[in-house]
Design a protein around this ligand. Sequence first.
Ligand code: NAI
Length: 699
Amino acid sequence: MTAKYEVHGSVAVITLENPPVNGLGHATRVGITDGLQKAHADSTVKSIVLTGAGKAFSGGADIKEFGSPKALAEPNLLSVILALENSSKPVVAAVHSVCMGGGLELALGCHYRIAAPDCSVALPEVKLGLIPGAGGTQRLPRALGVEPALNMIVSGEPVKSELLAQIPGQKLFDKMAASAESLAEEALAFAQAISDTRPLPLVRNLPCKHPNGDAYFQFARNMVKGMAKNFPAPGKCVDAVESATKKKFDDGMAFEREIFTALMFTPESRALRHIFMAERAASKIPDVPQDTPQRDIQSIAVIGAGTMGGGIAMNFLNAGIPVKMLEMKQEALDKGIGIIRKNYESQVKRGKLKQDKYEQRMSLLSTTLSYDDLKDADMVIEAVFEEMGVKEKVFKELDRVMKPGAILASNTSTLDVNVIASFTKRPQDVVGMHFFSPANVMKLLEVIRGEKTAKDVLATVMAVSKKIRKTAVVSGVCDGFIGNRMIEQYGRQGGFLLDEGCTPAQVDKAMEKFGMAMGPFRMGDLAGNDIGWAIRKRRHTEKPGMKYSKTADLLCEKGRFGQKTGAGWYDYVPGKRDAVPNAEVIKMIEDHRTSLGITPRKISDEEIVQRLVYALVNEAAHILEEGIASKASDIDMVYLMGYGFPIYRGGPMNYADQVGLFNVVQSMQRFAQNPLDDAAFWQPAPLLAKLAAEGKTFN
Ligand code: NAI
């Protein structure tokens, strides 16, 4: 049982006890209905208080039950709420700290509500592509007023209890407690005071009208359409709340249920629920127990004040953690610090950062030219040139000066972390921390686990990444780690598409229509086409027979490296990011095609999307099979957080699951027949072939 039952004088108190946030799982729901029965059976009980133990009244549905039949098992949330409404003895919800989703719906089913100040109140279902499904869309507008309720339901954002209590005419809270500490006592007193009041008030009986309903809901719909392009749920929130103003309560409830059930099966809601779980799963490493002791990280050192070093340092300064930066020369340090300052100053100018916060952050930053000054740092992150020789020098120095137990991290994007670790006498303390550019903005962090990386180092790095608000995903050591290893295959396939008849703009448009933040050629221009060029040169010495399109090499030979040179696949006007197609580049692609004797064909957007996305998926299946990623959902997180994969598709693996792996493999087999493509490229990874044959999914 996860609810406690006690009697204080004439008041029964039912306390939800399901840490961390009193999720309304089956056992908790049973606890509530059992408590109600006991209270009714006891003639000395005149009224009932429903509250939550610990850090929440209730955070809503129990995520452990997500999508399982247990979530619907009786008593389900709807029947618990009915039982509360039908109680012949008054029930007072005493809400505090967190009152969200099903938790708020539960409170709305009680006869009275008393709230502590500073309680976060929300109906966040829209963030999972749903609408509230246990009366929230019907009761909240009645209790709070149509406009504030719709605002809360469409945004999903929490509002503080004391602000809600100030809304004129609101019936959400009958009383505000003086403080969280006095809530229990005040709730008992309140319950005693109203114990004889009859008839018992019910939110369902409150009127629900909007004076200019038609215009208001039309306006709301227009607003929502612009904001939530690819998601149906926000528009459905408007429909459901409108129905509260137009239908009888029970009909409105039925309408809400109908919408809720339909949304549960939409790919968008599935994707959002998948991401919700994937984000939590990413922080769990299968063989590193959650209670692994962590190392204490109070200060950071960063080696190299270049593009990455500066951004990395800012993450820690933003989190209030002191950073010491080391460079080879004072000028390099000055330049790096200058860029950090400029970054913060622009935030201050845009009103995103207060001046005193900026100064406070800068005061946490110090610099040095000497390794000996780093000896007290708890963790060091290296971001120097991407050359093994340079990394070797740096790590030997770090091994010499850093205190025992300090974590030595490298931000390398391509080099072998095991080799880097071997430059030290403490490979167990060495780990990769692969930030993405700009490092102070991008959410993704790939944590590279070396062969000898200690478990407590991993646990610490995962905790530190949470502190600096990154989504960390663990990757094993391989060329490109998870994200860039996959993107290489995506880029290769993009090249074949150009050779066969596409223009860069056609490919980019198709991928952007699919939802990618940027198509592959615009992305290449942003990242720098020279990076891919260098990788291809290396790759073709390693695997001389590998088929690839030479078009990107021809582009680089012209010095068109992308935005940084003002020209790449597209032209760029200085200071602007708009990609303008360039006639010379298109001619270069056509000439190359002619030189290969290829007659261009019209390629559909559907084929472009399939070839590029399945290129990602097949490489990902190899990555999963090799154990480089421990879960498919980690790969999804990498692509969602670091590569602009559309959120509403839930990542490449989730997308492939939804298409059906059997269908994915069939398309791959079709592409393998194309003589201008590469049959070896489309050989399904054994794991993909196996799952497809068994009718299974990655996630
Ligand atoms: P960068 O060239 O902008 O900066 C490197 C800095 O390191 C320079 O300021 C240089 O003076 C300094 N440096 C070089 N050798 C040093 C030494 N021995 N001691 C102290 N400082 C030294 O390079 P960037 O782009 O910041 O890259 C740094 C690292 O981050 C590389 O390993 C790179 O692969 C990785 N990386 C880069 C990404 C990017 O998009 N630029 C993304 C993810 C990782």
